[in-house]
Each structure stands twice: as C-alpha cells, then as structure tokens.
Design a protein. Structure first.
Ligand SMILES: *Cc1c(COP(=O)(O)O)cnc(C)c1O
Length: 350
C-alpha cells in the first residue's frame, strides 16, 4: 500500500493464476494447457510473419483472424470481437455489458476470475449454488438480474450444460446479456454460437489457449449480435487499439484453418480423458462427468490437499482450490498418455 495509489486499488482482490513452475521437468497438469503443440501450420505462419514488418503497428481490427473465425462459425465478421486472451475479452464484457443495477448471476462454483472482474468494475453479483450433483440448474437463473455468465462446460467441474438448457436460460432473461464462456467447448460440447442469430442477448466467448494450444499467444474471442460487439469495440478502442499483435493475427487465422490438426488433437485429449477417468475410478476416486480437457475428482478416504502435496513430491502438479464446497476435489488437466500415467503412478496405492 502506498499514498500514491488511486483509492480503489486498495480494495482490489486480484486473480491468482495456477503456478507456472520454473523447473522444466515437472509433469504440469494444473492449468489446462493442451499437451499437444499448436498446429504446425500456425507455427509456420508466425515464423513467416517474424520479419522487418514488426516495426509497423498491426491491423487494429485483426481482420484476417476475424474473417477466419467468421468463416469457421458461419457468422458475419462484425459479429466477432477479438482480444488479448479471452480474459481480456471477458474484462471488456463485464465493463461494457454487465454493469447494471441488478446483480450479475453466476454459479457459486465457477471461474474464479468472475468475482475479480466484479470487484474491478464495481458490479454486484449473486452466486447461484450448483445443485447437489454440481450441475447448473437453468430454473435457478430465472430471477431478476443484470446479466448472467457461466462457463460451458463449467470450470472447474468440467460438467456440460446441454444446448436446450442454455436456451432455457436465454429465454427466461430476454432483457439481460447472457454470456456463455466456452473456453472448453471443443472437448465434448456443442457451441451456442448456432443460437446467436436467434437471441440478441447471447454472447459466446472462446479462447485459443485450450483446444488450439496457443495459451502463450494470448488470443480470445466473442461472437454475438452486432450491437453487443459494438459495445466491446467501443471499450477496446478506448483502452488499447492494438490488443492483438502481428503473430496473433496470422497464427490464430492459420490455427482456425487447420481443422484436421484441431480434430486430431482434440480427439486424442478426449480419448486420454476417458482412459484416465477409468484409471482414477479404479483407485476409488469419484470423478464428475467431464466434457473438458480436465477432470474434477475426489477420493472418499484421502484429503485432497494431502494428495496434491504427495503428487508434487513425485513431480506432478495438479490444481487444488481452497473454496470450502470443493476443498476435497483435485482438478487434473489431461496430459499426454505418458503424463497421465505419471499421475497414476504418483498416486500409488491408495
Ligand atoms: C482458461 C479460461 C479462460 C481464459 O482463457 P485465456 O484466453 O487464456 O485468457 C476463460 N474462461 C475460462 C473458464 C477458462 O478456463
């Protein structure tokens, strides 16, 4: 704390990201990165872009990537918004579309950045409890609100909400923006982007960090009605005109165009997930049904923080949250078959 700070900084509670260890040898299953690298075509496109043109500013609208996303999802390019990671896209959404008199609704167990943005932008929120099975119940969101946001699949549970249930939430709150954060949708869900032309209150966000294995590049996007996108463009152009650099524009576009590599690597992750779930269940774990590139599991006889510490000693890191309702769960990212085996070996006999 310092006398030089703006008053509101004293009360900020920042997000704490999962550890990025400096030791290279660790089996890193704690931040849901993709174990397979980015598309070789995306890497080649970025290598070509690494030239003297870097002295010039990038395209402020990143039209190349916008068009690639619009083409991929069969929407208009003015229905697409891009940002420096979907975290930045979400920040602009909270600022520009979710700051209202009534409280914002999101699940009690959800992405822990949402309450942080509420603190940053002074937004009141109401955390809606997941049901006993850790599922979102659409009927719980049919109450007065200034907006709704939830990840689908949810994080850190991995549980998927079917598209007709998403639609039920949209129909019950036609006067609020409903944001579906689809960071993990490509690992087993169906995107709600198919609904944007029918629901002007729907905004879908996605990231290139997980299914497209470009967490280090920082690219995220939102798709929705042009009026919603215009609000985000206003904020972006009042904050940073160039959130995406030259590498992101060409690398992101090439990643969307390389469907073959995308399908192959998502398929491998899904296959490994099913195998890992079976192995953990054989060790007595209860595993929530996952449609993501991670699983959320608890053991009835072993304390989760002790298990996480034991795994760390074996060089395997997983994520443990202290929040009371989920304190006995571990969130485990899906790795390569070798990394998953290291996790199983590290758990030993339980
Ligand atoms: C990973 C994640 C994001 C952020 O992704 P970036 O594009 O890397 O900023 C957003 N929402 C959820 C639920 C996530 O898990």
């Amino acid at each position: 704390m310092s006398k030089f700070w703006s008053p509101f900084v004293r009360n900020l509670v920042p997000y704490v990201p999962g550890e990025q260890p400096k030791l290279a040898k660790l089996v890193k299953l704690n931040t849901n990165e993709n174990p397979y690298g980015p598309s070789p075509k995306a890497l080649a496109a970025m290598q070509t872009e690494l030239n003297d043109n870097l002295r010039l500013y990038p395209d402020p609208n990143s039209d190349l990537l916008k068009n690639a996303v619009a083409n991929y999802y069969s929407v208009q390019s003015n229905q697409v918004f891009l940002g420096n990671g979907s975290d930045e896209v979400l920040a602009h959404i909270f600022h520009g579309l979710l700051q209202h008199d009534k409280p914002l609704l999101f699940p009690d167990i959800s992405y822990s950045f949402y309450p942080v943005y509420c603190g940053l932008y002074g937004i009141q929120f109401d955390a809606v409890p997941l049901d006993e099975q850790f599922q979102i119940n659409p009927a719980d969101y049919a109450k007065p609100n200034g907006g709704i946001i939830f990840p689908n699949p949810n994080a850190p549970t991995g549980c998927l909400l079917a598209l007709d249930a998403v639609e039920q939430i949209l129909k019950a709150s036609p006067d609020s923006v409903v944001v579906v954060d689809e960071a993990y949708i490509d690992f087993g869900g169906e995107t709600a982007i198919s609904l944007v032309d029918r629901y002007p209150n729907l905004l879908v966000t996605q990231t290139l960090s997980k299914s497209r294995s470009l967490a280090g590049l920082r690219v995220g996007l939102a798709v929705g009605h042009v009026d919603l996108i215009e609000a985000l463009e206003r904020i972006k152009n009042s904050f940073n005109s160039y959130p995406l650099d030259r590498m992101s524009n060409v690398g992101g576009a090439a990643a969307f165009e390389d469907r073959e590599y995308f399908d192959k690597t998502c398929g491998l992750v899904i296959e490994s997930r099913e195998k890992l779930v079976a192995q953990l269940q054989a060790k007595g774990f209860e595993v929530l049904p996952s449609a993501a590139n991670f699983i959320f599991a608890r053991h009835p006889k072993h304390d989760a923080s002790e298990l996480a510490a034991k795994l760390r000693e074996q060089g395997v890191i997983v994520r443990h949250f202290k929040q009371e309702r989920i304190a006995q769960f571990l969130r485990i990212s899906i790795g390569t078959p070798e990394q998953n085996q290291a996790l199983i070996d590290g758990l030993g006999d339980l």
